[in-house]
Design a binder for this molecule. Structure first.
Ligand code: GRF
Length: 190
Protein backbone atom coordinates (compact mmCIF):
# COMPACT_ATOMS: atom_id res chain seq x y z
CA UNK A 1 0.00 0.00 0.00
CA UNK A 2 1.40 3.39 -1.00
CA UNK A 3 0.96 6.25 1.44
CA UNK A 4 0.08 9.66 0.08
CA UNK A 5 0.41 12.90 2.05
CA UNK A 6 -1.53 15.96 0.91
CA UNK A 7 -0.38 19.50 1.63
CA UNK A 8 -3.09 22.16 1.47
CA UNK A 9 -3.54 25.77 2.58
CA UNK A 10 -7.27 26.34 2.27
CA UNK A 11 -10.60 24.67 1.69
CA UNK A 12 -9.23 21.30 0.67
CA UNK A 13 -12.00 20.20 -1.68
CA UNK A 14 -9.38 18.53 -3.87
CA UNK A 15 -7.82 16.86 -0.84
CA UNK A 16 -11.21 15.41 0.08
CA UNK A 17 -11.90 14.29 -3.48
CA UNK A 18 -8.51 12.55 -3.71
CA UNK A 19 -8.92 10.90 -0.31
CA UNK A 20 -12.35 9.57 -1.31
CA UNK A 21 -11.04 8.31 -4.65
CA UNK A 22 -8.41 6.21 -2.91
CA UNK A 23 -10.82 5.28 -0.10
CA UNK A 24 -11.66 1.94 -1.67
CA UNK A 25 -8.21 1.23 -3.12
CA UNK A 26 -5.81 -1.42 -1.91
CA UNK A 27 -3.04 0.21 -3.98
CA UNK A 28 -2.77 3.64 -2.32
CA UNK A 29 -4.38 5.74 0.35
CA UNK A 30 -4.24 9.29 1.67
CA UNK A 31 -2.84 8.78 5.14
CA UNK A 32 -1.70 12.25 6.18
CA UNK A 33 -2.77 15.84 5.54
CA UNK A 34 -0.61 18.85 6.35
CA UNK A 35 -1.88 22.44 6.43
CA UNK A 36 0.19 25.56 6.90
CA UNK A 37 -2.75 27.48 8.33
CA UNK A 38 -4.55 26.40 11.52
CA UNK A 39 -7.81 27.89 10.15
CA UNK A 40 -7.70 25.94 6.89
CA UNK A 41 -10.98 24.10 6.30
CA UNK A 42 -8.99 21.14 4.99
CA UNK A 43 -8.35 20.26 8.66
CA UNK A 44 -12.11 19.84 9.25
CA UNK A 45 -12.32 17.67 6.19
CA UNK A 46 -9.41 15.54 7.43
CA UNK A 47 -11.18 15.04 10.76
CA UNK A 48 -14.42 13.99 9.05
CA UNK A 49 -12.52 11.61 6.78
CA UNK A 50 -10.64 10.12 9.73
CA UNK A 51 -7.27 11.09 8.27
CA UNK A 52 -4.44 12.20 10.51
CA UNK A 53 -3.52 15.86 10.05
CA UNK A 54 -0.92 18.34 11.24
CA UNK A 55 -0.42 22.09 11.10
CA UNK A 56 3.01 23.48 10.37
CA UNK A 57 4.30 27.03 10.52
CA UNK A 58 5.84 28.66 7.48
CA UNK A 59 9.22 28.62 9.23
CA UNK A 60 8.97 24.93 10.08
CA UNK A 61 8.04 24.20 6.49
CA UNK A 62 10.88 26.25 5.04
CA UNK A 63 13.41 24.57 7.31
CA UNK A 64 12.03 21.25 6.04
CA UNK A 65 13.74 18.88 8.52
CA UNK A 66 10.73 18.38 10.78
CA UNK A 67 8.39 17.99 7.80
CA UNK A 68 10.65 15.39 6.24
CA UNK A 69 10.77 13.56 9.58
CA UNK A 70 6.94 13.67 9.85
CA UNK A 71 6.59 12.23 6.35
CA UNK A 72 9.21 9.55 6.85
CA UNK A 73 7.82 8.47 10.23
CA UNK A 74 4.53 7.80 8.44
CA UNK A 75 6.19 5.98 5.53
CA UNK A 76 4.86 8.53 3.05
CA UNK A 77 5.74 7.54 -0.52
CA UNK A 78 4.26 10.44 -2.43
CA UNK A 79 3.34 14.07 -1.72
CA UNK A 80 0.45 15.93 -3.35
CA UNK A 81 0.15 19.71 -3.23
CA UNK A 82 -3.54 20.58 -3.54
CA UNK A 83 -4.00 24.32 -3.14
CA UNK A 84 -0.78 24.67 -1.16
CA UNK A 85 0.69 28.15 -1.32
CA UNK A 86 4.23 27.90 0.03
CA UNK A 87 7.26 27.28 -2.15
CA UNK A 88 8.57 23.79 -1.45
CA UNK A 89 12.12 23.96 -0.08
CA UNK A 90 14.97 22.22 -1.89
CA UNK A 91 15.57 19.83 1.00
CA UNK A 92 12.06 18.45 0.75
CA UNK A 93 12.37 18.10 -3.04
CA UNK A 94 15.60 16.18 -2.52
CA UNK A 95 13.94 13.93 0.07
CA UNK A 96 11.12 13.11 -2.41
CA UNK A 97 12.69 13.41 -5.87
CA UNK A 98 10.08 13.09 -8.62
CA UNK A 99 7.54 12.29 -5.92
CA UNK A 100 5.90 15.67 -5.32
CA UNK A 101 3.08 16.74 -7.60
CA UNK A 102 1.19 20.03 -7.80
CA UNK A 103 -1.99 21.12 -9.52
CA UNK A 104 -2.16 24.59 -11.03
CA UNK A 105 -5.58 25.97 -11.99
CA UNK A 106 -4.55 27.21 -15.47
CA UNK A 107 -2.67 26.07 -18.54
CA UNK A 108 0.97 26.58 -17.57
CA UNK A 109 3.23 28.24 -18.59
CA UNK A 110 0.45 30.83 -18.84
CA UNK A 111 -0.72 32.43 -15.59
CA UNK A 112 1.81 30.75 -13.33
CA UNK A 113 4.55 31.88 -10.99
CA UNK A 114 4.79 33.56 -7.62
CA UNK A 115 1.55 35.17 -6.47
CA UNK A 116 -0.53 33.43 -9.12
CA UNK A 117 -2.96 31.30 -7.19
CA UNK A 118 -6.67 30.87 -6.61
CA UNK A 119 -8.93 33.63 -7.92
CA UNK A 120 -6.00 35.71 -9.13
CA UNK A 121 -5.39 33.12 -11.83
CA UNK A 122 -9.00 33.08 -13.04
CA UNK A 123 -9.13 36.90 -13.01
CA UNK A 124 -5.99 37.03 -15.16
CA UNK A 125 -7.52 34.54 -17.62
CA UNK A 126 -10.63 36.73 -18.00
CA UNK A 127 -8.65 39.99 -18.18
CA UNK A 128 -6.42 38.58 -20.94
CA UNK A 129 -9.48 37.58 -22.96
CA UNK A 130 -8.32 33.96 -23.09
CA UNK A 131 -10.70 31.62 -24.88
CA UNK A 132 -9.59 28.60 -22.87
CA UNK A 133 -8.24 27.69 -19.47
CA UNK A 134 -7.74 24.43 -17.64
CA UNK A 135 -5.52 22.54 -15.26
CA UNK A 136 -1.87 21.59 -15.20
CA UNK A 137 -0.61 18.72 -13.08
CA UNK A 138 3.15 18.83 -12.78
CA UNK A 139 6.02 17.49 -10.77
CA UNK A 140 7.61 20.22 -8.77
CA UNK A 141 11.09 21.65 -8.68
CA UNK A 142 12.50 24.63 -6.83
CA UNK A 143 10.66 27.26 -8.92
CA UNK A 144 6.96 28.09 -8.65
CA UNK A 145 4.94 26.18 -11.27
CA UNK A 146 7.90 25.10 -13.40
CA UNK A 147 8.43 21.36 -12.94
CA UNK A 148 7.78 18.77 -15.65
CA UNK A 149 4.18 18.82 -16.80
CA UNK A 150 2.50 15.44 -16.55
CA UNK A 151 -1.05 16.27 -17.60
CA UNK A 152 -3.21 19.14 -18.85
CA UNK A 153 -6.95 19.35 -19.50
CA UNK A 154 -8.75 22.31 -21.06
CA UNK A 155 -12.08 24.06 -20.72
CA UNK A 156 -13.61 26.74 -22.87
CA UNK A 157 -13.78 30.32 -21.57
CA UNK A 158 -16.69 32.33 -22.98
CA UNK A 159 -16.50 36.12 -23.43
CA UNK A 160 -19.30 36.41 -20.84
CA UNK A 161 -17.53 34.24 -18.22
CA UNK A 162 -16.61 35.84 -14.88
CA UNK A 163 -13.58 34.65 -12.88
CA UNK A 164 -16.05 32.65 -10.74
CA UNK A 165 -17.42 30.92 -13.85
CA UNK A 166 -13.88 30.00 -14.90
CA UNK A 167 -13.11 28.77 -11.37
CA UNK A 168 -16.15 26.48 -11.46
CA UNK A 169 -15.10 24.97 -14.79
CA UNK A 170 -11.52 24.51 -13.59
CA UNK A 171 -12.62 22.91 -10.33
CA UNK A 172 -14.76 20.45 -12.27
CA UNK A 173 -11.67 19.46 -14.28
CA UNK A 174 -9.63 19.12 -11.09
CA UNK A 175 -12.17 16.79 -9.49
CA UNK A 176 -12.46 14.72 -12.66
CA UNK A 177 -8.75 14.29 -13.36
CA UNK A 178 -6.47 14.91 -10.37
CA UNK A 179 -7.08 11.59 -8.53
CA UNK A 180 -6.59 9.30 -11.52
CA UNK A 181 -3.55 11.28 -12.71
CA UNK A 182 -2.00 10.81 -9.25
CA UNK A 183 -2.68 7.09 -9.58
CA UNK A 184 -1.01 7.06 -13.02
CA UNK A 185 2.06 8.86 -11.67
CA UNK A 186 2.24 6.39 -8.78
CA UNK A 187 2.26 3.52 -11.25
CA UNK A 188 5.23 5.06 -13.10
CA UNK A 189 7.15 4.86 -9.82
CA UNK A 190 6.46 1.14 -9.28
C1 GRF B 1 -7.47 24.65 -6.69
O1 GRF B 1 -8.08 25.35 -7.74
C2 GRF B 1 -6.05 24.33 -7.01
O2 GRF B 1 -5.83 24.10 -8.36
C3 GRF B 1 -5.36 25.59 -6.61
O3 GRF B 1 -6.02 25.98 -5.44
C4 GRF B 1 -7.35 25.52 -5.46
C5 GRF B 1 -7.57 24.76 -4.19
O4 GRF B 1 -8.90 24.42 -3.99
N1 GRF B 1 -3.95 25.42 -6.57
P1 GRF B 1 -9.29 23.42 -2.82
O5 GRF B 1 -8.60 23.90 -1.55
O6 GRF B 1 -8.82 22.05 -3.21
O7 GRF B 1 -10.78 23.49 -2.69
Amino acid sequence: MKNIAILASGSGSNAENIAKYFGGSDYARVSFIIANNPEAYVLERAKKLGIESAVVTKQQFMEADSIIAMLQERSIDFVVLAGFLLLVPQKLIEAYPGRIVNIHPALLPKHGGKGMYGDRVHKAVVECGDTESGITIHLIDEHYDQGTTFFQAKCQVLPTDTPDDVAAKVHALEYEHFPHVIEEILHTLD
